[in-house]
Design a protein around this ligand. Structure first.
Ligand code: FHN
Length: 606
């Protein structure tokens, strides 16, 4: 069973239908920071570009002057919306006001806006809203409700304004609420307001803001980062890819390179293939993908972003039916061969490669009526077996010798079922004999001492905010399964993890433990663990034996540690246990576990 958290809501937002159907949207970070392009007085900002004002504590009086040279004559709203549409995106979220406090529309609330303060002198949201209507894309606004480095009472700017004199409520009343009212009354229907980084805001204040939105446009959604769990859907961390299926409604905001706002020197472009993999990975877990572009100060979208979005669009043209309106994989775990989504009585197996003549699926109890390659309309042979000895259901689909020319990996194999899929949700040895024990399927044994270590996360922890954690409440400081499905915050040698799984065939296995670094941090390791699987046990130091190259490990470094060779003699119910002999205090993340895997040693399994 997966113990991944769910976004439990006491209400069901009426407008969620389109958002669930959409699965893929465009994020646009655009503001005065684009003028800096990542550099201030010859110094390049470390990290993300739109944070340059805070990183260098640039006085507001100096930062304001950027507006005088902001003249984005090349901004073509129609082209941007067409780019989103061509990529297969269904909604677009633009930063109306980011943390810098500058309004990217004709705000009457403050002259610190694109119409009054720049030579451009026009409101780009008007043509953008029109283009969205023309092309059938939902227009949505990002609005930073807590951090505002321009308003004396906003959060975050403690270099110009004395924090002890701030009256946050005044900022909410004077700036946030009137500006949100403008956005919600001036541009037609708004799909959602993407609130962010709820540092320091109280639950009552988050509710005031949400209620205001709903009072003007009842169907407008509010993002999870409004804070205090009152959003209409949950927001994962920036670029975070959960390790398994999530319950409820979730979204991951993500970048094509590393920055959100334009930063000329950021060349860390992910490849189109990796971006498609990430989209598929998220869809398989029931998570919307909100992928960012950061136009420059002329209003141009970087060429690298355009090319990648076009590539994704080609893939979506062919395979979109496996993404739009789908639900997560009915299994709680991932597969080595790819990902799976579900639509009613149909399973979409999205294969990363065609390296096997067959694809086999274990644990599906519902009858398979047929299999096909939907992109080319080709039927495939499928066989379904039940093995009484092991109690296992197996489906095997035979793939064509070569993929039809127009089909590019990842490609989709569709299984049509007699009814809704019913699957065995325990960890199963897979048809290729591997066993994957994901951290989120473990039961946690948290010692009473650890459980008492509850600390309040600082409400103004800006690093946590940037990391997308947006923590605003007291959280347990002990070992837990985080929203991303990792076992994190493991600091005590008294705690341990345990898994149950079903072994179908005896065999000899290479045992590898996968551990993850804190976001943006280097992988440290140096812990000592003890592992028991059935009667076999071993101890090992956590060393970086295998570098995980999955695109999801880009900002969350992941390493595999080879623990040893294990012989499992008896098929049937098995268990595994992981405990810590020594946790390296130098690792800021503590011990952070992604999975334990058992890979058959060549020729030995079965
Ligand atoms: O601090 C912001 C950051 O600049 C960016 O807007 C991201 C997008 O999700 N949100 C915050 C950090 O999580």
């Amino acid at each position: 069973m997966s113990r991944l958290p769910s976004q439990a809501l006491d209400h069901e937002a009426p407008g969620l239908g389109w958002w669930r159907e959409a699965r893929f949207g465009m994020f646009i970070h655009w503001g005065l920071y684009a003028v800096c392009a990542g550099t201030w007085k010859g110094r390049t900002v470390p990290g993300i570009g739109e944070w340059i004002m805070a990183q260098f504590k640039i006085p507001l009086a100096d930062y304001r002057t950027l507006a005088r040279s902001f003249n984005p004559e090349a901004f073509d709203a129609d082209a941007v919306v067409r780019l989103a549409k061509q990529a297969g995106m269904k909604y677009l979220v633009i930063t109306a006001k980011h943390h810098e406090g500058f309004a990217m529309w004709d705000s009457k609330v403050s002259d610190y806006n694109i119409v009054k303060a720049t030579p451009y002198g026009r409101d780009p949201m008007i043509p953008l809203a029109e283009a969205c209507r023309r092309h059938g894309i939902r227009l949505c606004f990002y609005y930073s409700q807590a951090l505002d480095w321009e308003h004396p009472d906003g959060m975050g700017n403690d270099w110009d304004f004395d924090p002890s004199k701030k009256n946050f409520q005044r900022y909410l009343d004077e700036k946030v609420k009137p500006q949100l009212t403008e956005l919600l009354t001036g541009y037609g229907p708004v799909g959602l307001i993407w609130f962010d980084t709820p540092v320091g805001i109280t639950r009552e204040q988050s509710l005031e803001v949400k209620n205001l939105v709903k009072s003007i446009q009842p169907d407008c959604l509010v993002s999870g980062r409004i804070g205090h769990g009152i959003g209409d859907y949950g927001s994962l961390g920036d670029n975070q890819i959960p390790a398994g299926r999530l319950h409820g409604d979730w979204e991951t905001p993500a970048t094509i390179n590393d920055t959100w706002g334009y930063k000329a020197g950021d060349r860390t472009w992910k490849s189109s293939d990796d971006l498609i993999r990430l989209l598929v990975d998220l869809a398989g877990k029931g998570v919307n993908y909100l992928l960012n572009i950061g136009p420059d100060a002329d209003g141009r979208v970087p060429e690298e972003s355009c090319r990648r979005l076009e590539d994704i669009g080609v893939w979506m043209q062919q395979n979109g039916s496996a993404i739009y309106g789908t639900d997560a994989n009915p299994y709680p775990y991932e597969f080595a061969w790819g990902r799976m989504t579900r639509k009613n009585d149909r399973l979409n197996l999205i294969l990363y490669r065609r390296d096997n003549p067959r694809i086999s699926l274990r644990g599906l109890k519902t009858r398979v009526l047929g299999a096909s390659l939907p992109a080319v309309g080709q039927a495939l042979a499928a066989r379904q077996d039940y093995d009484e000895r092991s109690g296992m259901h197996d489906v095997t689909v035979t793939l064509p010798d070569t993929l039809p020319g127009e089909l590019k990996a990842p490609f989709v194999v569709e299984l049509n079922l007699e009814g809704p899929p019913e699957v065995d949700e325990t960890c199963l040895q897979q048809p290729d004999h591997r066993v994957l024990l994901p951290a989120h399927m473990a039961s946690l044994n948290v010692s009473p001492e650890s459980a008492r270590r509850n600390v309040a996360v600082s409400t103004n922890d800006l690093f946590a905010a940037v990391a997308g954690e947006a923590a605003n409440e007291a959280r347990g400081d002990h070992m837990r399964i985080g929203a991303g499905g990792l076992v994190e915050n493991w600091h005590s040698e008294r705690d341990s993890l345990a898994w149950s799984f079903k072994l179908c065939d005896a065999g000899t296995f290479d045992v590898t433990l996968y551990t993850v670094a804190a976001k943006y941090k280097n992988w440290v390791g140096g812990h000592r663990v003890r592992i028991r699987i059935g009667d076999w046990h071993a101890t090992a130091e956590i060393t970086p034996d295998e570098v995980v190259n999955d695109p999801r490990a880009h900002l969350f470094a992941e390493r595999g540690t080879r623990i040893g060779i294990c012989r499992l003699e008896r098929p049937g119910a098995c268990d595994a246990e992981l405990s810590a002999e020594h946790i390296n205090p130098a690792d800021p993340a503590g011990l952070c576990i992604s999975a334990l895997s058992l890979t058959p040693v060549d020729g030995e399994a079965g």
